[in-house]
Design a binder for this molecule. Structure first.
Ligand SMILES: Cc1ncc(COP(=O)(O)O)c(C=O)c1O
Length: 394
């Protein structure tokens, strides 16, 4: 039993540091108002930024896709699992998100984690130096480790520091890797400066737009479109389980890059394709995101973002300067963060406490995630609860 004892000791340590993570069970669809573990609650925990996860048209599209293509794909993309729904979605994604490239092509993945592993490991390897923002998502970090590239971490969003590191590097192959919108901070990478550096140094620039796609840019085309950036050095990853409300992810890049991923990316090749019905629903989601309804939802979301920013500034905790749907409130200690989250929970509000290793030690925080599905009345409740718990409101 020594093996189990070791794990039990490890779990006790996790508890002792206030780091135990617990799952909560949704009895109803992901939405602003949900039943969770049998209790009615207002959710500020999801990444369903446009409120599409329970959209009737997407639910109908999943059903239609299942009728047309069946329940499962039956195989990997290269061995019989690639359906017409996947092929159509890839065309739709290239047209929608590929404006930064002269010859865009898209590749659909079942998760963003896999898309990041695939992209980084297929384009970087021994002999590559990979420059990674210090606050990048775990999937980019894991991709960098798996690639066996030499990894250099640059200070968060610091293009000047990165420039100096690139100048000092004599690597034959270089890759810069960054989140666009940082998942636990909500701030945006200095993308224009990164594109300029990638071009100057002949480096790939892999951007993970998990939290920008659908929310930022004209028609929600993402962070690159938001800044009208174009470059053959760019490789964009976007996820489809957040603003798009369904699941999966995609890589868009020059067609040659995508063909290389099809041939070489192990996390693409050696896994079963996502259910075609899911891909079919994502195509329906793209039509909503890019249409008038998407514009209306984004406009409402941005109103809520600016309102929430003002509220967070009135608490005694530290808001992050974020203009995106991710609005963190840094509290510091793990236990205090858990206590505040518990207080919000008692008030009927689900705001997750984010602790290490997801964020650096001493920066535990509430991650308030806003959605177009929230009403102003929902934000009123959040505001009242935060002011009461904060105890030092204006
Ligand atoms: C920045 C970022 N990249 C990638 C992912 C992984 O995407 P997925 O959930 O589709 O695996 C996430 C979150 O899950 C994320 O926040």
């Amino acid at each position: 039993m020594h093996l189990l004892d070791t794990l039990t000791q490890g779990l006790n340590d996790i508890d002792a540091h206030g780091l135990r993570r617990r799952r909560r069970t949704l009895d109803t669809p992901c939405a602003a108002h949900m039943t969770v573990d049998g209790r009615a609650i207002i959710g500020f925990a999801s990444n369903d930024y446009l409120g599409l996860a329970a959209h009737p048209e997407l639910i109908a599209a999943v059903a239609e896709g299942a009728q047309r293509y069946g329940a499962g794909s039956g195989g990997s993309h290269l061995l019989g699992g690639h359906s017409r729904a996947h092929a159509q979605l890839e065309e739709d994604l290239a047209a929608f998100a590929g404006g930064f490239s002269d010859a865009p092509r898209a590749l659909y993945f079942s998760t963003g984690y896999m898309a990041n592993l695939a992209t980084v490991t297929a384009l970087a390897g021994r002999g590559t130096t990979l420059f990674s923002d210090s606050l990048n998502h775990a999937s980019l970090i894991d991709g960098a480790r798996l690639s066996r590239a030499d990894v250099q971490i640059y200070p968060h969003a610091d293009a000047d520091a990165l420039s100096a590191m690139l100048d000092a590097s004599d690597a034959a192959m270089k890759m810069i890797v960054t989140d666009t919108v940082f998942s636990m901070d909500g701030d945006i990478a200095p993308l224009a400066a990164l594109v300029a550096l990638a071009e100057k140094h002949g480096a790939w620039l892999v951007v993970d737009d998990a939290h920008g796609f659908g929310v930022l840019g004209p028609q929600g085309r993402g962070a690159l479109a938001h800044e009208a950036l174009r470059s053959p050095h760019l490789v964009m990853v976007g996820t489809l389980g957040k603003a798009a409300g369904v699941s999966g992810a995609f890589v868009v890049a020059h067609e040659t890059v995508i063909e290389w991923l099809v041939q070489r990316a192990r996390p693409y090749i050696f896994t079963t394709a996502a259910a075609p019905a899911v891909a079919h629903a994502v195509s329906a989601s793209l039509r909503i995101i890019g249409g008038d309804e998407g514009d209306t939802r984004r406009a409402h979301l941005h109103t809520l973002i600016e309102r929430t920013r003002a509220t967070l500034n009135e608490t005694c905790w530290l808001p992050v300067d974020s203009h995106t749907a991710v609005q963190p409130l840094i509290i510091g200690a793990n236990e205090t963060t858990l206590e505040v989250a518990a207080g919000l929970d008692r008030a009927g509000l689900w705001v997750p406490a984010i602790r290490p290793p997801t964020v650096p030690a001493g920066t535990s925080r509430l991650r308030i995630s806003l959605s177009a599905a929230h009403s102003h009345a929902d934000i009123d409740q959040l505001e009242t609860a935060l002011k009461t718990l904060s105890g030092c409101a204006a």
